[in-house]
Ligand binder design. Structure first.
Ligand code: NAD
Ligand code: UDP
Length: 364
């Protein structure tokens, strides 16, 4: 009997419980949501991260969980983890242009040497390994929307190249380990993703706009604001990553994961202003070099092979993200107020002690 992909995938899904899973980059924005999800699915999760852009705050609730452990490690160094490993997700790499351009040589090494190290671990342990690749492999695309067969239009020497070319080289390594050593690979090409736990200062458009709107300062639009992106909410992406990882072994990708609804950057700014009830105005700034003009995924492959498509509307996703940043800004302001009261009290006590000491000296 010929077994259809759907049947095999259905079986794979129902068998999927209790893997021992490594999440490299697990303390970052996407990685920490993935760790939450996998622990809930009863996986035993080993989160590997050097905290370059990740934070212990993102994984704090998991730290006491018996099925979760954290390994402070840089994936540019070989990975040595005892015991069997069923699954490896490689998300370790800064994703925001501000951070990946901060140390471009480190970014390229993280992409390339990091990929070799996770692939070597996968080869040693016969694990399945998923690479968090990116829509940036399409560069500033001349084909719109982008299908997986499009080979891209990337400037190899520009400021984004450390990331774009690094991710392209990582894809090459994944497919060569698959062809040469039979490693079971999955390559996800992730399009712009947003949601709670993005860093307030990471420079990406959704977090920037929301923080600016909540603070009532001008919204910084780079260039005309007519460039487009397609934004996927984090919960949808995590579901897509897991479905791809658990798909039959002949499905390697690359597979686009993103929300095909396309918006101009100015439209996103206006939505954020409206949904956060902000009085902020738009402030146009220079467009960064090599900034892609249009980006929108074709997701037919994910829909037919994984049964995946995004469910969360931009309005719902923005509401959840605005609520997250509103709380995090309020908490920070409260902490800053408490810290300034504490430091004023400490200064008063120090001056009191100095005056008392001076009084004692005079009496002597
Ligand atoms: P992030 O910066 O929040 O997370 C990256 C994590 O990797 C951080 O915890 C960071 O500390 C860790 N890391 C970086 N270099 C490392 C190294 N050398 N060794 C170990 N850990 C290291 O970014 P994110 O948005 O969560 O993105 C996660 C992955 O998804 C990245 O690989 C990124 O390229 C990919 N991706 C993200 C998006 C998006 O829109 N968020 C889009 C496309 C692709
Ligand atoms: N952008 C903007 N203002 C900001 C941050 C970003 O206009 O404060 C623009 C940026 O130039 C780009 C788009 O928003 O055209 C998405 O930028 P982001 O850095 O979030 O992601 P990427 O360019 O990697 O898709």
């Amino acid at each position: 009997m010929k077994i259809s992909t759907d049947m095999r995938f259905g079986q794979a899904k129902s068998l999927r419980r209790g893997h021992r899973t490594v999440v490299a980059g697990g303390a970052g924005f996407i990685g920490s949501h993935l760790c939450d999800h996998l622990v809930q699915r009863r996986d035993t999760v080993i989160c590997v991260d050097n905290l370059f852009t990740g934070s212990m705050r993102n994984i704090r609730p998991l730290l006491n969980h018996p099925n979760f452990s954290f390994l402070h490690h840089d994936i540019r160094e070989p990975l040595s983890i005892g015991g069997p490993i069923d699954r490896i997700y490689n998300l370790a790499c800064p994703a925001s242009p501000r951070h990946y351009q901060r140390d471009p040589i480190a970014t390229m090494k993280t992409c390339v040497i990091g990929a070799v190290n996770v692939l070597e671990l996968a080869k040693l342990k016969s694990s399945r390994v998923l690479q968090a690749s990116t829509s940036e492999v399409y560069g500033d695309p001349e084909m719109h929307p982008q299908h997986e067969s499009y080979v891209g239009h990337v400037n190899p020497i520009g400021p984004r190249a450390c990331y774009d070319e690094g991710k392209r080289a990582a894809e090459t390594l994944f497919f060569d380990y698959h062809r040469t050593h039979g490693v079971q690979i999955k390559v996800a090409r992730i399009f712009n993703t947003y949601g709670p736990r993005m860093l307030e200062n990471d420079g990406r458009v959704v977090s920037n706009f929301i923080v600016q709107a909540l603070q009532g300062v001008p919204i910084t639009i780079y260039g005309s604001g007519r460039q487009t992106r397609s934004f996927c909410f984090i919960d949808d992406l995590v579901r897509g990553l897991e479905l791809l990882m658990e798909s039959p072994s002949d499905i390697t990708g690359p597979c686009n994961l993103g929300n095909p609804e396309e918006f101009t950057i100015e439209e996103i700014a206006r939505k954020v202003i409206e949904q956060s009830h902000s009085a902020s105005e738009l402030d146009h700034r220079a467009l960064p070099e090599d900034d892609p003009k249009r980006r929108k995924p074709l997701i037919g492959k994910a829909t037919t092979t994984l049964g995946w498509k995004p469910k969360v509307s931009i309005e719902k996703g923005l509401d959840a993200t605005i609520a997250y940043f509103a709380l995090s800004i309020a908490t920070k302001n409260r902490e800053a107020t408490v810290a300034s009261i504490d430091s004023a009290r400490a200064a008063r006590e120090r001056s009191l002690r100095r005056r008392e000491a001076a009084g004692r000296t005079e009496m002597n």
